[in-house]
Design a protein around this ligand. Structure first.
Ligand code: ZN
Length: 129
């Protein structure tokens, strides 16, 4: 966890800390010469905001990146939040990202989404065993 008084990490600093594609099971990495991109889990009209929020960044190889959009569906958002939790738990904050995606969502909806992320996480762990 980051100390609250420390300066938030910049996108460039974060990028320099990454190597392998965050997509579980994908073997692409900078080290093996693959082209890698930083993807905002949510972008589109709020990209100017999410580009400064580490909790929305995932590191993807170009091939995985091509499948993503800047406005994910609900299922896709669950998957991407899980990928973030899996690959970069230090900067993961699913609740904050869900509230950005649906600013007026209910507590029940938020809980349902977090539960879906936990289930998806368990699935990834099982798949990679
Ligand atoms: Zn990949």
């Amino acid at each position: 966890m980051q100390h609250p008084s420390t300066k938030p990490i910049t996108r460039d600093e974060w990028r320099r800390q990454q190597d392998a594609c965050h997509n579980p099971g994908c073997k692409a990495s900078l080290r093996s010469g693959d082209i890698m991109d930083v993807h905002e889990i949510i972008g589109g009209p709020i990209r100017s905001k999410t580009i400064t929020m580490p909790e929305t960044w995932i590191f993807l190889c170009r091939r995985c990146h091509e499948h993503e959009t800047s406005c994910p569906s609900q299922d896709r958002l669950v998957r991407l939040l899980t990928v973030k939790q899996w690959a970069d738990p230090e900067h993961s904050n699913p609740s904050a990202v869900i509230r950005l995606w649906r600013p007026k969502c209910t507590k029940e909806f938020l809980a349902e989404m977090l539960n879906a992320v936990a289930k998806e996480y368990a699935k990834i762990v099982k798949e990679l065993q």
